[in-house]
Design a protein around this ligand. Sequence first.
Ligand code: NDP
Ligand code: PYC
Length: 334
Amino acid sequence: MPVISFADLSEKVEAILLKAGFDDLHADALARIVAAGERDGAKSHGIYRLDGILRTLAAGKVSPDAQPVIDDEDSGIIRVEAGGAFSPAAFEAGLPLLADRAHDLGIAAMVINDCVHFSALWPEVEALAERGVAGLSMCPSYSAVAPAGGTRPLLGTNPIAFGWPRLDDAPYVFDFATSVAARGEIELKRRAGEPLPEGWALDADGHPTTDPEAALSGAMLPFGGHKGSAISTMVELLAGVMIGDLTSDAALSALGTTTLAPRHGQLILAFSPERFAAGRSNPFAQAELLFSAILGQGARLPGERRHQIRARSMAEGIHLSDEEMAGLDALLAG
Ligand code: NDP
Ligand code: PYC
């Protein structure tokens, strides 16, 4: 099995993206986020996404070089106009201001408008936590999920991620789709020829299915029934309607296909725990008590698995399959 270092994988992916036509800013930001997915064992948003990134570029549905433009009115809302480029560079452009503003005001928001989106959200809330603020990131996607009780795609897989800074440990971070699983997981199961677990999806006739192909042309299901359906709807409202950008339904209508990355907006909230606690308690110490109590029951914290895999990847390198490595080399040569 081929093994590659994080630095070499990032470099290889960046070279593929530069060759495809992305400028330095985007090739660098995209390469880091894709390589980080592999490094952390978050494979549904790792190198398998390169194919979709390149197809979206070839279809003219993403700008390879639009520069993020920050509109800062000196308020709690920082707007970043992505100009139809992928979201990671826009997020990175607004990140320092968002964290500073949250420290100053207690709470701040970054609105990213008009970005094309394919990525996992944990790198964003992790970056905020590294700057000492808690973060909540969310975005719509394109219609792929039936509302609870419905049978047809309407909502996106609408991810939501949360991060909390810890002094002596990796931040507490969760990041998941509001569908039972990310669409990327279904695509990976399709490629592996594996059935889906029961309860993930409906076929095009609205019947439960475990066939990934039928699920991709049918409807995915929200996690937790009506609860996930409502949280997903909240994501459509806050990170679509409220920020003057597209809902998942509108994003799919604009794009016309689920085979390319959708264009919409994103909302990232940042909170200063110290400012909220206002001296009444030490929020970081209180949080540690909660984490200890969770761990004390034998449960694990979200983010732990990723950080364990990250530590192993950084020590030993990242294990790819022969097919994955050959795919990267073919993209580089092709
Ligand atoms: P999962 O259902 O695999 O859930 C992942 C989260 O749950 C991680 O934070 C994970 O931590 C945590 N977790 C899993 N098992 C446990 C456990 N037993 N105890 C505690 N925590 C646990 O993720 P999804 O498939 O729903 O989503 C995967 C990715 O897809 C996300 O990164 C998301 O952002 C991305 N996505 C992006 C979209 C987009 O439009 N851009 C759309 C939809 C999804 P750990 O990592 O440590 O295992
Ligand atoms: O995995 O559901 C998903 C997804 C949609 C857009 C990017 N990732």
